[in-house]
Design a protein around this ligand. Structure first.
Ligand code: ADP
Ligand code: MG
Length: 516
């Protein structure tokens, strides 16, 4: 009986029985059990790797109690381990139930040699079967024509390839047969370094992790792929490659990128339109603000002329008047500069911003508007606040929107009309800005809809302000939200992350760029 073992299970592979001169051979593949042979003997042989000879099984301590021996009256038993080197592979079990001492020493020696040869043959057969199985699997994969596949050699020739691969790179089978498909022509020049890295990895580990590549097609076009190599010999001089076409995926990615870009553009345009519209709202009050320094400039100029007309001319007084003209003109220029900045269309920047300064500038700009609606605009700015990182104009825009909303909410209410803007530092390295007003608050709908684009409760409102504010603050990595204040009024708050700590050298170079 030939028993094959894979370490865990033991199966009877063949059984031969002699009766007279006839030998009956039966191939099988059944797990060993106690009705086939004395398991005690088999396990002893498998465990110890020693040949066991029992001259009279029913009398030997190892087997006397084995149910099989009692039932089949087994007399002489010989069990030989099958080993290939140190690897146990199974056993050969022989039994003679006619006579005791049925195996001669000469016969046993011959059997041992045969057993060792059988073991080697069996191992080879098993290896061949494994190879055949994995080849069949590979063949199925290649023939399925789902992914590109090729066989290459160390000189960079593609020796064999499936249709998918050939289609991908635009070569025909005739090119392949004529040896015209070569790795060096396929690899895009800028990817040569990656190819070299893959070669090194292949030589070291026998395979490469899949990586992205670009192939040059026969017609010169490009095809993005993901490729993995495996060596089929020990020194990595021959092997196979699996190639997946990424064209569709890349196109999809590009579309997503483009639509994201378009979305950002539209957002920037909306934000710009909102800035222009807001400035339009402020135009009247700003013009009024500007008329004051201009009027005082005129007065100072007339005074200067008078001082100069005197005999003798009073140069001291004249130059004082001229100084005040310069001061007034600078203030006007400042205001105009800020307006120009707000209305200008510029790409988003990332720079250190002092939020308190932003608030002061905007408060300055809307002071006239506040006065016009009889409101008091107050600031409570924390000292020593860290800089935040972001786009100065966008942050100005957020504040402008929030303050104008507050002023609009105050229009037509009885009682104190007050807007207060405050800043503090918060946990999580953020700066918190609060805009609080004494208006009616958000009303019965609460704050829920206020951030929805185009939601407005105003006759001439656009309903874009708060949603733009939120998207700007989101883009800065912060948060913007609204609550009701008690006993009345609205509170809008937002956070902006503090500027990440930078080394002093970086800070210097940023400062230098800021200066120019
Ligand atoms: N400070 C506030 N007090 C009360 N309601 C407000 C305040 N700010 C915003 N809202 C409400 O949110 C709505 C949306 O505001 P917003 O997006 O700026 O658009 P718009 O100002 O054009 O109406 C406003 O119409 C108003 O109903
Ligand atoms: Mg608004």
């Amino acid at each position: 009986m030939l028993i094959l073992s894979d370490g865990r299970t033991h199966r009877v592979a063949a059984e031969a029985t002699t009766a007279g001169d006839a030998v009956r051979l039966q191939l099988s593949d059944a797990p060993v059990n106690a009705t086939m042979l004395p398991e005690s003997v088999l396990y002893h042989v498998l465990r110890t790797g020693e040949t066991t000879i029992l001259d009279d099984a029913s009398a030997e301590p190892m087997s006397a109690t084995d149910p099989y021996v009692g039932e089949h009256r087994a007399r002489s038993i010989l069990c030989l381990p099958l080993r290939n080197g140190a690897k146990p592979m199974g056993a050969l079990y022989l039994e003679n139930n006619r006579i005791a001492r049925g195996f001669s020493p000469g016969g046993i020696a011959v059997l041992k040699i045969m057993a060792s040869q059988a073991a080697v043959s069996l191992e080879n057969a098993r290896l061949y079967r494994d190879v055949a199985e994995s080849e069949a699997k590979m063949r199925r994969l290649v023939d399925a024509n789902i992914i590109g596949f090729n066989v290459w050699d160390a000189d960079g020739n593609i020796l064999e390839a499936n249709d998918v691969f050939l289609r991908m790179v635009g070569y025909g089978r005739d090119d392949l047969v004529a040896g015209r498909v070569r790795c060096v022509d396929l690899t895009a020049p800028e990817k040569h370094d990656d190819a070299i890295r893959a070669r090194i990895e292949l030589a070291e580990t026998g395979r490469t992790k899949p990586f992205e590549m670009e192939y040059v097609r026969k017609d010169g076009g490009r095809v993005p792929v993901i490729v993995g190599f495996a060596a089929s010999d020990a020194n990595g001089r021959k092997g196979v490659a699996f190639v997946l076409d990424l064209t569709e995926q890349k196109q999809a990615e590009k579309k997503v990128r483009e639509s994201e870009e378009r979305y950002r553009e539209v957002q920037a345009e909306l934000a710009h339109a909102n800035r222009v519209a807001t400035m339009g709202q402020l135009a009247a009050s700003i013009a009024h603000e500007l008329s004051q320094p201009i009027a005082s400039t005129v007065i100072s100029a007339e005074a200067a002329l008078r001082w100069l007309d005197r005999e003798p001319a009073d140069i001291d007084e004249a130059s004082r008047a001229l100084d005040s003209i310069v001061g007034g003109a600078n203030r006007a220029a400042d205001v105009l500069g800020r307006i120009r900045q707000l209305v200008r269309k510029a790409p988003r920047r990332k720079e250190p911003v002092d939020i308190n300064e932003v608030i002061r500038e905007i408060a300055d700009l809307v002071q006239g508007e506040a006065r016009k609606s009889g409101a008091q605009l107050e600031t409570q700015l924390a000292e020593g606040l860290p800089f935040v990182e972001g786009d100065r104009v966008e942050l100005q825009q957020v504040l402008l929107n929030l303050i104008i909303n507050a002023l609009e909410a105050l229009n037509g209410i009885d009682g104190v009309r007050q807007v207060c803007i405050s800043t503090t530092e918060t946990e999580g390295a953020c700066v918190l800005v609060t805009v609080r007003d004494s208006g009616p608050g958000f009303g019965p709908n609460g704050t829920e809809h206020a951030f929805t684009a185009f939601y407005t409760t105003k006759a001439t409102g656009l309903g874009m302000g708060l949603s733009i504010c939120r998207s700007i603050i989101d883009a800065h990595g912060g948060r913007l939200w609204a609550t009701e204040s008690s006993p009345r009024g609205a509170v809008i708050q937002f956070t902006v992350p503090q500027r990440p700590a930078v080394s002093s050298r970086e800070a210097q170079s940023t400062d230098a760029t800021d200066a120019d």
